[in-house]
Write a protein that binds this ligand. Sequence first.
Ligand SMILES: [Zn+2]
Length: 131
Amino acid sequence: MKDELVTKAFEAMNNAYAPYSNYHVGACLRTKDGHDFIGANIENASYGATNCGERSAIFAAYSHGYRVDDIVGIAIVTDGELLAGPCGICRQVLSELLHEDTPIYLSNGTENMTTNMKALLPLMFGKKDLK
Ligand SMILES: [Zn+2]
């Protein structure tokens, strides 16, 4: 699963719209029933309106009715020189929309890492805190 998702994430990265940062991100997540959802970063001249690749992918899956229990893994890739993890906003979003142990495959083409939200966002704030 890992290699397929990473490959599809790099393909999705080609669709990134990043005229301001020129930093391209792609993502691909898989559901239990075998559907793959891709995403790419989509920037905007009003920078705050930018959407990251991993959020694009997971929002697409949720928009199709999938939920946290349906997602079995996600690859997030960049064309950066350094291996990069999700930004802070994405960590908050993913902490709610993924299980904390769902595998997250990071790659920049030369370095790779498998991680999860438990490792990326310790002491995460979420639904449990609002009860
Ligand atoms: Zn992000």
